[in-house]
Design a protein. Structure first.
Length: 391
């Protein structure tokens, strides 16, 4: 009987002790416990620049705590943290620094903490409101031409038809105590430029007015011109005024039923693999499936490393031609390469087409190699994939 009582008592003891043993085993693992997981900077002026807050934590587990990675939701917020292992009962920190410069208004940023703790992912938050600073003359007119300041050094005409004339202006201010006379040098023939007023009084505003004659430019696509500004007859060489435009063809008098039509066999080519120094050569064949002469107005590569050659620039209806691309891989080993060729035509349906040539260029030592590809200095066969076609 006595032995039976002892057995029952031991069983009860084991049943009671088991849950506690499980809890103890769990607490042996590291656990990260923060005093707070969110901090509000409140309102503060933009001039303050960088603001920081330190989130303190304790390892409330039974093993060393290791912070594996800390990342912020934005490059404007930089985290710092305890790098060495934190023993049980030890303390550590996550410091978040937010750069408020040029970021007026309310903000909320997160910092994600990854560790070996039982709660392996913890998200911290910082928030606040940046009161914008009062803008100075330098902020409003950042571009400087001597004592003349401007909102920009670039006038963008945007899209303009080849038959159009377009006018735009740029606001300027005389940032000196003396009157100045504004002039211009090396102005292209298709541009007419004047300062209004030509003589600008101290600390007064004016405008540079530019008129763009696309017919005189006689070019296509995105183009940019540069000129110098003079102050009291002296050329300002530290800055130049840029004028850009995207010149497109005026198809208003073209009958679509009688228009040319360009149809490429393919517009995308993957050369697979090449070795640094190889010359990748590829032809993009096309056909004029329209009713009148097709004209290749302009062909321009995205990089000076890619040369282009056009077979026939004027293609009769039903006839074929090609655009050949030669990509010089020299100095580009170890990276994937993506090159584009812009083709501008007199096809009203496809006035601009982008051809793409891409692949991996490995280093001469054989690194970055892949199992696919072909000798890049041999003209490869053209692709006939349906999804590469352009109609």
């Amino acid at each position: 009987m006595k032995a039976l009582k002892v057995a029952i008592l031991m069983a009860a003891t084991i049943m009671i002790a088991a849950p506690w043993a499980k809890v103890k085993a769990q607490t042996q693992k590291p656990k990260i416990t923060f005093k707070e997981t969110e901090f509000d900077f409140g309102k503060f002026p933009e001039e303050r620049g960088k603001v920081s807050h330190t989130f303190e934590f304790t390892n409330t587990g039974g093993e060393p705590l290791i912070i594996n990675k800390v990342r912020s939701s934005c490059g404007c917020t930089v985290p710092e943290w305890t790098k060495e292992p934190i023993p049980p009962g030890g303390k550590g920190y996550i410091k978040a620094t937010y750069n408020a410069s040029h970021r007026p208004g309310k903000f909320t940023k997160t910092i994600t903490v990854n560790s070996n703790a039982v709660n392996s992912v913890v998200v911290l938050r910082v928030k606040g409101e940046v009161i914008p600073k009062k803008k100075t003359l330098k902020d409003l007119y950042p571009q400087k031409f001597g004592v003349l300041r401007a909102r920009s050094n670039h006038i963008a005409m945007m899209k303009i038809k080849n038959t159009e004339t377009k006018t735009d202006s740029l606001e300027v201010i005389n940032d000196s105590d003396e009157p100045i006379t504004i002039g211009f040098q090396l102005v292209p023939k298709h541009l007419t430029v004047k300062a209004v007023p030509e003589k600008l009084e101290p600390h007064k505003k004016g405008h540079i007015v530019v008129t763009y004659d696309a017919a005189k430019k006689n070019d296509w696509g995105y183009v940019i011109d540069r000129m110098y500004i003079t102050i009291n007859g002296k050329r300002i060489t530290t800055n130049r005024l840029n004028v850009s435009a995207n010149i497109v063809e005026d198809f208003s008098n073209v009958d679509p039923k009688k228009a040319p039509k360009i149809e490429f066999d393919h517009i995308d080519y993957d050369f697979g693999e090449a070795t640094d120094g190889d010359l990748v050569i590829h032809k993009f064949p096309f056909k004029n499936t329209g009713k009148s002469d097709l004209v290749i107005r302009k062909v321009k590569a995205s990089c000076g490393c890619t040369a282009t050659l056009v077979g026939d620039k004027v293609i009769k209806k039903g006839k074929e031609s090609y655009i050949e691309a030669k990509f010089n891989t020299r100095g580009r080993g170890g990276h994937k390469q993506y090159k584009t060729i812009t083709v501008i035509t007199n096809d009203p349906e496809h006035p601009q087409i982008i051809l793409r040539l891409h692949g991996m260029v490995k280093k001469k030592d054989g690194s970055n190699s892949s199992k696919t590809g072909m000798p890049a200095n041999i003209k490869p066969k053209t692709s006939n994939k349906k999804n590469d076609k352009k109609h």
